[in-house]
Design a protein around this ligand. Sequence first.
Ligand SMILES: *Cc1c(COP(=O)(O)O)cnc(C)c1O
Length: 220
Amino acid sequence: MGRIRDNVQKILSEIPAGVTVVAAAKARNALEIEEALDAGITIFGESYLQESRPVIEAIGSRAVWHFIGHVQKNKVKHVVPLFDMIQTIDSLELAVMVDQHAARNGKVMPVLIEVNSGREENKHGAMPEAVEALIRQICALPNLRVQGLMTMGPFLDDYTGLRPYFRETRTLFEELRSLSIPNVSMETLSMGMSDSFRIAVEEGATMVRIGTMIFGERPY
Ligand SMILES: *Cc1c(COP(=O)(O)O)cnc(C)c1O
């Protein structure tokens, strides 16, 4: 015990003001999340609906819950009421479904657009050149609010190679912000994980998603 607390305190002490830490909590139980919560983490990112549900029911509104995994279309109706933000919107079809379920739940869902900054065919996320058009369509949906961008970047043996992908996503973020699209606030740029968050912060991330460095190696 105390290990998660120490890890959180170390990370929070080196993160600059204005950058928010999301604890990536896949495969973690409610006790582990309690410890991170006590140490000062307020936002938790979950990737899988099934495993997150009991944890969210146990902790509830003492934490803020972001969905950071791929949203399967048949899970939208469960994801929308459970989560406070969805970071992984990458198509108009998905956005329309989220908007409809948000309306049914009487909420306006904050979302980020996931950018496939590595332009990898088999990866989720919108291609960088398609993001503006996608946002211009999504911004008309009344129960969904675009608040920024999220990217993972390609999987590389050497994480330092992520820098150009983070930089390009930051440039896109700034361009989109300068367009002042109605209903869209470009305030959150979510990029960087345990190994890459320092580089992401140097490249302008306002939000980092950290799992292993907080909780240790994942059990599965
Ligand atoms: C698991 C995960 C993270 C955190 O990864 P770590 O390397 O454990 O820090 C960040 N973002 C997403 C989308 C994830 O699924």
